[in-house]
Ligand binder design. Structure first.
Ligand code: F0G
Length: 400
């Protein structure tokens, strides 16, 4: 049963059905995503103690006695982008989630979901992934002494992420198909087998962990809420998590406002942004999504409904950027600010030209840098053979 069940309720986001504990598939019978809600409680900032995700234990679905499965996730820096902000009048920051233990924001959710899995006696974690979730699942399974089975679309995930899953000892299964097919295949097994615990972002405990990024931003800005929070959208779990975190701060009376949530998708994998731009309230599945940003190469986002709600309620928007814009933004961030993110994580920055048209001067803007650039080295094109090669001071001097 849910720890401290009197404090928490679990219900379906789509049909409202209540659950005492999560079903084995982590998904409602109707297919909708589940949501945890903290009942009757209004925490205060003073209730938060320590650092990282577990600083927010008071608003996570556990009791105080729990010892978490942790490798020090969260507490990532909020870094000002002064050079890029120059002449815009705005204040720009990146929340560098690539500094999490496995190099992406997934670790925030994974520490919570795997602690939950351990508490209910699960022994095998399973996920479908475009790469980062598989790396994180593998690491946290290792930490908890559990088995990890990760399914990945064959040939479509970045090499560094595959290396991580293997290094941490996961069973890696390649699926002949794209991410959406991989997720469906995984769910077809996981929804019938009690021995598999699903840690994709449909798992409501993942969302609880990821929402802590919003609390951290608020605290790092000394109690201010940004005007805009901009993040890449794939399966749409993270934008829903941040929105949940910011909405809770307002609901509890800790913050007075909420940011406008801006979701960015890559052209070629933009079913959600397309629906938003065309004023549709449902999302059409996109066959064969394609983009250089492999992390968000997704045609059928599971949490689309939550994401649309986040964008609409916050008066935000969803945008599309091209692969060229993504790679240029990645390069600019790395070469002008010293921060190396993976292509998907550069999508928000790539949207800046579109965003400037409607953002007020003096806006406070936070980009979520979701993953570390080292994971996907193929995204940076260069020819090592063409780099200067020297063997003595005279040859070296020519290049200085
Ligand atoms: N950025 C990165 C680096 C990601 O790895 C992902 C998702 C996203 C953004 C999008 O987040 O799905 O919550 O909208 N990666 C998943 C994975 C799908 O399997 O690693 P989302």
């Amino acid at each position: 049963m849910l720890q401290n069940n009197s404090r928490w309720s679990l219900h379906c986001f789509t049909c409202g059905k209540e659950y005492g504990e999560e079903p084995i598939s982590s998904r409602c019978d109707c297919g909708g995503p589940l949501e945890l809600t903290l009942k009757h409680e209004f925490p205060r900032l003073e209730d938060f103690k320590g650092t990282g995700v577990w600083r927010y234990l008071k608003v996570l679905p556990f009791n105080d006695a729990n010892s978490p499965v942790t490798i020090n996730e969260g507490n990532t820096p909020l870094i000002p982008l002064d050079r890029m902000a120059k002449n815009t009048g705005m204040r720009l920051f990146v929340k560098n989630e690539g500094q999490n233990p496995t190099g992406s924001f997934k670790d925030r959710g994974m520490t919570v979901a795997v602690t939950r899995a351990r508490d209910i006696g699960a022994d095998t974690l399973i996920c479908a992934s475009t790469g980062n979730t598989s790396a994180s699942t593998a690491a946290y399974a290792a930490r908890a002494g559990m088995r990890a089975v990760v399914l990945v679309p064959d040939g479509k995930i970045a090499g560094g992420k595959l290396v991580q899953a293997i290094a941490h000892g996961a069973t890696v299964i390649r699926v002949a198909g794209d991410f959406d097919a991989t997720l469906e295949l995984m769910m077809s097994q996981a929804s019938t087998r009690r021995d598999l615990y699903v840690v994709n972002s449909i798992n409501p405990f993942r969302i609880e962990g990821q929402k802590t990024g919003a609390y951290e931003i608020f605290e790092q800005l000394d109690g201010r809420i940004p005007d805009y929070v901009i993040l890449p959208v794939g399966n749409a779990g993270n934008i829903s998590s941040y929105w949940k975190g910011f909405s809770e701060l307002r609901k509890w009376g800790i913050a007075k406002t909420v940011p406008k949530m801006i979701g960015v998708q890559a052209a070629g994998a933009s079913p959600l942004a397309d629906a938003f731009i065309n004023g549709r309230e449902t999302v059409n599945r996109l066959a064969n999504p394609e983009t250089v940003a492999s992390a968000i190469r997704i045609g059928n986002p599971v949490s689309w409904k939550k994401a649309l709600q986040a964008v609409n309620q916050s008066k935000g928007r969803l945008l599309v950027v091209s692969d060229r814009e993504i790679l240029d933004a990645q390069k600019m961030l790395a070469s002008s600010e010293g921060i190396f993110v993976e292509p998907a994580s550069a999508a928000p920055l790539a949207a800046m030209n579109q965003l400037k048209k409607f953002m007020e001067r003096k806006s406070l803007v936070v980009f979520i840098g979701t993953g570390n650039g080292l994971k996907d080295q193929s995204a940076v094109q260069f020819d090592a053979e063409n780099l200067p090669l020297v063997s003595n001071p005279r040859e070296l001097a020519i290049h200085l």
